[in-house]
Write a protein that binds this ligand. Structure first.
Ligand SMILES: Cc1cc2nc3c(=O)[nH]c(=O)nc-3n(C[C@H](O)[C@H](O)[C@H](O)COP(=O)(O)O)c2cc1C
Length: 409
């Protein structure tokens, strides 16, 4: 019989043991209550996920201030008033000896107009996507200091609430990734220009957090292997940043893409600067792992496209990575995950949503999964008949509704 590498424990540099190698990657929940707190919908989702037997569950992104939320329905952490609600959530999510880490984020220029028409970013480079995002203001020095303080404070509150680790979201074009990319960071001060300066915000946040949380609390970063945009954060730059991260982290998660190039959902776009060999593999960022392995020894989690047990097990056996990250199967295949971990079924579902209109396909894919996730959180069944075209408007409609409820009720 083949050895099941997926179902083996792993000890992180900080000493924490994760019971197996399957990780649920962050998925924004969009289901907070009017006060933007976690509630019974979070409890239901995270209990279901803990019951699958996964090793590590990373929460959807939680904002470090009340404005720069990725979703109008997402939780934010600014102070300890939210602590009792976080404690309830953490307690349920940790059942079944599950590690539960909070993904902390600031959306920067990717904050929807419904939340602010003038978000803060590294520079004033606007994101043009369906007219949904305002022109950002370049942060002043004191505002950067506030961002650092807020990330560290939110991480401290997560630990106090009982979450077992944190992850800083530095991928997918959110604020920390905006600072990293020369396309969105045009600054000429110590926070912009050469890579050392563009990565200063991320490095400072990690160092300051470590000082507060100590060496035995897991700290992770989700980083792009590349933005896949001409003139953006490249693979070479990503590798340089990873070298700088060596020794600072307990886990590095690799993904890729931004709102403008949504490659995190699949490497099938013809116009992407991505190698054919990568496109053809089940997990589209795994090629990058060899390069990462050769320059750093941070435990490695790769996310995007993993669906078959044999492929995952082989990648773990070959030490291409230490953890398998999955997101969408934790929506469409929750009831199969336990058998998957034990190697009893090989394939998980891979529903790709296509409208036939290329420009709205990424909105359709995101909308389909967002809607299904919310249905599960509400205790409903998956709606497998959802039409692709209808899905493409789901997120905008949901966000508008959530933003209006918050403003007027
Ligand atoms: C509904 C949904 C919400 C997501 N929200 C987040 C998020 O909050 N933070 C994040 O880093 N990635 C987020 N992602 C991206 C996933 O973590 C993951 O990188 C991507 O879906 C590829 O993995 P998969 O092929 O296993 O789905 C989200 C994906 C989906 C489908």
């Amino acid at each position: 019989m083949n050895t099941n590498f997926l179902n083996t424990p792993f000890t992180l540099p900080c000493g924490v043991i994760i019971k197996n190698r399957l990780v649920k990657s962050a998925m924004t929940e969009r289901v907070s209550n009017k006060k933007l707190e976690p509630n019974e919908k979070h409890h239901r989702l995270y209990k279901l996920w803990a019951d699958t037997g996964l090793g590590l569950c990373i929460t959807g992104n939680i904002a470090i201030d009340h404005i720069h939320r990725e979703s109008a329905g997402n939780v934010y952490i600014e102070d300890e008033r939210i602590l009792p609600k976080l404690k309830e959530w953490a307690t349920i999510a940790k059942s079944n000896n599950t590690q539960v880490w909070v993904q902390l984020s600031h959306a920067g220029r990717q904050t929807l107009k419904f939340l602010t028409t003038r978000p803060l970013s590294s520079s004033d480079v606007q994101l043009h996507k369906m007219g949904l995002f305002g022109k950002p203001k370049a942060m002043k020095e004191h505002q950067i200091e506030t961002v650092i303080k807020n990330f560290v404070n939110a991480a401290r509150i997560c630990k106090k609430a009982g979450f077992t680790g944190i992850q800083f979201h530095a991928a997918h074009g959110y604020l920390l990734s905006q600072f990293l990319s020369p396309l969105t960071n045009k600054r000429t001060d110590k926070w912009g220009g050469k890579l050392e300066n563009r990565s200063r915000l991320l490095m400072t946040i990690i160092d300051e957090t470590r000082k507060i949380l100590g060496d035995s609390f897991p700290i992770s970063v989700k980083l792009n292997s590349s933005d896949f945009q001409r003139g953006g954060f490249t693979e070479e730059e990503s590798l340089q940043v990873i070298k700088m991260l060596n020794g600072k982290l307990d886990l590095l998660e690799i993904s890729g893409g931004t709102y403008e190039k949504t490659i995190m959902f699949g490497a099938d776009g013809k116009d992407l600067e991505i190698k054919e060999s990568t496109r053809l593999r089940e997990a589209y960022f795994i090629e990058f792992s060899k390069k990462v392995r050769s320059i750093c020894d941070i435990p490695l989690l790769i996310t995007g496209g993993f669906r078959s047990f044999q492929f995952c097990n082989k990648a773990l056996q070959g030490k291409e990575l230490d953890f398998i990250g999955m997101a969408r199967p934790f929506i469409t295949d929750i009831d199969k995950i336990a058998s998957f971990i034990h190697g009893k079924i090989d394939k998980l579902n891979n529903i790709i949503v296509k409208t036939g209109i290329k420009t709205i396909d990424d909105a359709a894919e995101a909308g389909y999964y967002a809607r299904q996730l919310i249905r599960i959180a509400e205790g409903k069944r998956l709606d497998e008949k959802t039409r692709a075209f209808k899905s493409s408007f789901f997120v905008i409609k949901h966000e508008l509704k959530k933003a209006l409820i918050r403003r007027f009720l």
